[in-house]
Design a protein around this ligand. Sequence first.
Ligand code: NAG
Ligand code: NAG
Ligand code: ZN
Length: 513
Amino acid sequence: MESIIYFSNTIFFIFIFVFCINARSVSDSKYALPKSSFDERNKEHWTMQAQWTLKTKVLTPLNKRTAKNVILFLGDGMSITTLAATRVYLGQKYGHYGEELRLSFEAFPYTGLAKTYCVDNNVADSACSGTAYLTGVKANSGTVGLSAAVKRGDCAGQRDGYNSVTGLMDWAQKAGKSTGLVTNTRVTHATPAASYAHSADRKWESDSDLPKHGLRCDDIATQLVNGRVGKKINVVFGGGRKNFISKKERDSEGFHGHRSDGKDLIREWLHAKRSQGVVAKYIYNRHDLMNLDTEDYNSVLGLFSPDHMPYNLEANNDDPSLNEMTVKAIELLSKNKNGYFLFVEGGRIDTAHHETKARKALDETAEFAKAVEAALRMVDPEETLIVVTSDHSHTMTYSGYSKRGTDILGFTNKMNASDNLPYTTLSYANGPGYRSDVQYGRANLELEDIKSLNFTYPSLVPISRETHGGEDVAVFAKGPWSHIFSGNYEQNYIPHAIAFASCIGPGWTSCKQ
Ligand SMILES: *[C@@H]1O[C@H](CO)[C@@H](O)[C@H](O)[C@H]1NC(C)=O
Ligand SMILES: *[C@@H]1O[C@H](CO)[C@@H](O)[C@H](O)[C@H]1NC(C)=O
Ligand SMILES: [Zn+2]
């Protein structure tokens, strides 16, 4: 008798589960429900919802299988505040209040918090934190793929291989897995670079960025094409074409390259792949990507922009979205029977925050959540570990006591500030959004076009680029061993846990228990 009740309850909650997933996870959904579908004034609404959460948590067994595939999604600068605000932004786009919804990955079963400081600085940059969550070793700011024995700019330290650290890309390759890298920044930017390069300065993206005198170090683009780990990456999609082409040459869109050594690294990449007998292709626009027959190629380099790829809100038809790049990368990598490791960066969240352009930052976060959702639809969750996290926070706050459903990008609506002027729900501790008006005090933002993509949200302290924030970032995990991502830990724990789950790398793994 008891087991029958248990069983029927399970069926009931599976039903609720499916219903809730459809109704409640925010996405590019065509199935947005009217607000009245759930009446929050009803105590049953809250009880049922909490009971459902409880049941799914209690009834979901731990998955201790080996993770054949791993996808690590990194929202650059995607603070917890950014997540909360993006839920509302996306929800409001589809006619909800927004606060009650959640992003695709916020529904993952296990969540943790990672501490992001670097060895030298209290607030991380993308280079030291990338080194931490990709290689498992904390580093100094501005450096990638090197231990903290190397200070920023120390070329000799970079050349001394003793201080080099490698991580998930290398370990996956050694285990016979395919590897891929997707970003909407330059593929040589700090975050992607930390997955394959060793550079004492994140700025050394091409040879023209190296100091003019003294020791010569390999630039990051060269390491992507010729480095031990870089040259084995099967799929590289992103921006930053200029760092692969000579200043004297023009790229497919007519822009000049940035290299001084006269090299054409795109040609070198193709040549090297082909001489290893790999069927490889280079592509440079959305049309090529969408028409790519993923069965035909084992290695694809896609450089879709001379510099960072554009913000989604400013993109045109030639620019693939993060979502589209992710889908194609998974198709290409899934052909390997040993599995794959894919690293996907939503990199423009960070650049938008630096400009205090919150509208762009939230929209980029929404795009990032879409890419995660697309991946979820393509993989088998029983054998694919998906980890979603961020490298560091930003200074954006979400405040006031506005009514539910108030435009997250607008003004608060209960009361004005003490100067009797309205204030925005989102604002920054520092950055270019500072407005000084010595005579009249705080600027009246009602006189500005707050709906513009380029509206700079107000900041307290004037700085030309808003800074990162120092608090912890969230880690969301789903799939094999995802439960080991719960708790509060140092950021460099993440690749150790991924390696454990997928049986790669030199450390303790679930296969060597
Ligand atoms: C806030 O100030 C504006 C004028 O700048 C005024 O129109 C508005 O009614 C005030 N709001 C409240 C809630 O006092
Ligand atoms: C926003 O700023 C960018 C440059 O940062 C510019 O290219 C774009 O046209 C601007 N858009 C609007 C709507 O003002
Ligand atoms: Zn940044």
